[in-house]
Design a protein around this ligand. Structure first.
Ligand code: PMM
Length: 273
């Protein structure tokens, strides 16, 4: 991918999100947080109403919609590009009707067989993530021969199925699904061999932000009070992923990733000069 990587700012509107602990459940706080992320350099706000943290239980789609849709409407009204993180076709359709232009589905269409039809019909962009099963089962599904080639093969067959169901190639963005049925070693292997996923020919999104494997890096007492120690390593991953050709990165702390992407831009400009 050429050009600056897109920054998707994460807006979790769930009471149990592992990283923001429900602090954005309140509508005004959610909108203010989204606006702050845009001011810090987010291109797209990714709104999610169902936690996918390991072990999380599914949420009723009606509850998910009640959490997500008012925020989608408010951000779309402000001219902010919105993506909605959902595995439910009914939520996806309602989100598009409310102004979302991207559906981010961590199950790549496997959790709800109605999803592909909604995406084909609405023509929105669709982020299809590599997924082997629901969050409450995924630790048992982390068995691979060679992670990057297995993920590549499984994504390729998922894409073939989505195209058969009427989705256009231009709509698709792929995601290796870091942390989803993958342990730390699997995640680092996928990151270091991102080019193999990119070689499928679709834009690639990377979601490493504040995940457990990032938190497991040595800490070395290096951050100040009030700063999440996973944000600096996340920003470094953003830079390396962008440099390796990722289309976009999905992050909690937009400012640190935007700064990291500024470095990538300057580095590339140096190469072109
Ligand atoms: N990770 C989470 C949720 N949604 N979507 C995509 N496309 N890729 C990801 O890696 C991803 C995702 C879980 O993280 P969170 O609970 O911090 O949002």
């Amino acid at each position: 991918m050429t050009g600056r990587a897109k920054v998707l700012g994460i807006l979790n509107v769930t009471p149990d999100s592992f990283s923001d602990g429900g602090e954005h459940l309140d509508f005004d706080a959610a909108v203010a947080h989204a606006e702050a992320m845009v001011a810090a350099g987010a291109d797209i706000i990714d709104i999610g109403g169902e936690s996918t943290r390991p072990g999380a239980e599914r949420v009723d789609p009606e509850i998910e919609r009640a959490r997500v849709l008012p925020v989608v409407v408010a951000l779309a009204e402000r001219g902010i590009e919105v993506s909605v993180d959902t595995m439910n076709a009914s939520t996806a359709l309602a989100a598009v009707r409310s102004g979302a232009s991207i559906i981010n589905d961590v199950s790549g269409g496997l959790a709800d067989l109605g999803m592909a039809g909604v995406i084909a019909e609405t023509r929105v962009k669709y982020i299809a993530m590599h997924w082997r099963g629901p969050s409450n089962e995924m630790v048992t599904l982390a068995d691979y021969r060679d992670v990057p080639s297995d993920v590549r093969r499984e994504l390729k067959s998922r894409v073939a199925e989505l195209l058969v169901q009427g989705i256009d190639e231009q709509q698709l963005i792929l995601d290796p699904g870091l942390g989803f049925a993958k342990d730390a070693r699997h995640n680092w292997q996928l990151l270091s061999r991102l080019g193999e996923i990119e070689s499928l020919g679709y834009p690639v999104l990377v979601g490493a932000s504040r995940k457990r494997f990032v938190g497991a890096l040595p800490q070395r007492n290096r951050v100040g009070a009030g700063v999440d120690p996973r944000d600096l390593p996340t920003a470094v991953i953003s830079a390396l992923a962008a440099h390796a050709g990722a289309w976009g990165v999905r992050v909690h702390d937009v400012a640190s990733t935007a700064a990291a992407l500024d470095v990538v831009d300057a580095w590339r400009a140096g190469a072109d000069a």
